[in-house]
Design a protein around this ligand. Structure first.
Ligand SMILES: C[S@@+](CC[C@H](N)C(=O)[O-])C[C@H]1O[C@@H](n2cnc3c(N)ncnc32)[C@H](O)[C@@H]1O
Length: 366
């Protein structure tokens, strides 16, 4: 019977984020017109204006996410009080983020700077006061579930390749988390305020496992290949590897819509503006410019993947293999050495493909 583990936050302690978040920064910049438009649509609400970015991270992308709204509000409503709240987990690199906000490419060097605050905690709990958010964003974050999972999953460490009972259990977990996230945000949004969620998604694809193509399938399958090779050589505990699954789910558009259609009360709280999943221009391989240099290509992929995956691998795979309190550095280094080697040999066979989920919701009055 598959088991769940609710103890380990999925992303606590991500590393090297700013240096390895090119795609996230491009995504924030690419959405600046949408953010500006939503800021315009809430500018007349009869409240102080607040922008809260959930799962903000520590990088320049968090600054670029906020900037279009501040530009819009300072033009349209220079007399209104404006505040920004960056929300993330305790392990976020808050010093770096605040350094960026106050630095020369930050958003505080303006005539009427906003009030800035941080909300520290999980977005699966309440983070800010009731009805205090005019415009909320959550970019590249809500695909992380409340915790990593321990399931009977010997053939994969990734949700999209789960089948049967294990997939069913994982989907229930993902759907519960998505529903919970939206209920919590509804409490925090002003009536008339907008929530804009954009993150990694998935699309139907006949013939693929579960008839679904999920973003990053190459990366997760490469990590699975490394896991298998290390388990075969006894470097990873096979019984641990057989149960470890990243605490992730990349929603298809119809999965994202489900909680609005199943009587869980969300249809009473939000008007749905957009729920869509679209492919990224060019397919999504952010390192394609290095493809003629396999060593460079592989290095970029290893750095990028380590930045978001190392903390889950450490708590879900390396620590349980070595035992509590043991130094996992060598195991982690060996894992990513093999991962890099795989990309050097196979290059685009494991290239990143991306589909993005875009959800825009308006909080109903009352
Ligand atoms: C890939 S980063 C994205 C950061 C930023 N929004 C961007 O687009 O660059 C994901 C962020 O989500 C945060 N995160 C993941 N799960 C979270 C949770 N349950 N509560 C709050 N933040 C969370 C992580 O700490 C991390 O900073």
């Amino acid at each position: 019977m598959p088991e769940n583990d609710e103890t380990t936050p999925s992303t606590e302690g991500m590393v090297d984020y700013d240096a390895n978040s090119l795609a996230q920064k491009e995504h924030a910049l690419g959405n600046s017109a949408v953010i500006a438009d939503l800021a315009r649509r809430v500018a007349d609400l009869p409240f102080d204006l607040n922008f809260t970015d959930y799962g903000c991270g520590p990088g320049q992308s968090a600054i670029e996410t906020v900037r279009p709204a501040l530009d819009t509000w300072s033009t349209l409503k220079p007399q209104k009080s404006v505040s920004v709240c960056h929300a993330d987990q305790p392990g976020n690199d808050w010093n770096t983020l605040m350094g960026l906000a106050t630095g020369k490419n930050g958003y505080l060097n303006r005539a009427h700077p906003p009030l800035v605050s941080a909300a520290v905690g999980s977005f699966y709990e309440r983070l800010v006061p009731d009805s205090s958010v005019s415009l909320g964003t959550c970019f590249f974050a809500s695909h992380w579930l409340r915790s990593t999972a321990h399931l009977n999953a010997p053939n994969t460490l990734w949700f999209a390749d789960l089948t049967g009972d294990a997939r069913h259990v994982m989907w229930q977990k993902a759907k519960d988390d998505w529903t919970r996230f939206l209920h919590l945000r509804a409490e925090e949004l002003h009536p008339g305020g907008f929530l804009f969620v954009s993150t990694i998604g998935a699309v139907p694809e006949a013939g693929e496992i579960n008839d679904t193509a999920a973003s990053g399938r190459g990366i997760y399958r490469a990590m699975q290949a490394v896991t298998v090779s290390m388990a075969e050589e006894g470097l990873l505990d096979r019984s641990v590897a057989d149960k470890f699954v990243f605490g992730l789910w990349f929603l298809t558009a119809s999965e994202a819509r489900e909680p609005f259609e199943d009587g869980s009360g969300l249809a009473d709280l939000y008007d749905v503006d957009t729920i869509d999943v679209v492919g990224v221009e060019g397919g999504g391989d952010v390192f394609s410019s290095h493809v003629d240099s396999p060593a460079e290509y592989a290095k970029e992929y290893a750095g990028y993947t380590k930045a978001f995956a190392a903390s889950s691998l450490r708590t879900g795979l390396f620590e349980p293999t070595l035992g509590e309190g043991k130094d996992t550095t060598w195991l982690e280094d060996e894992f990513f050495r093999r991962f890099e080697e795989l990309y050097r040999e196979k290059t685009t066979a494991y290239a990143l493909e991306q589909w993005h989920l875009k959800v825009i919701l308006r909080r109903k009055p009352g």
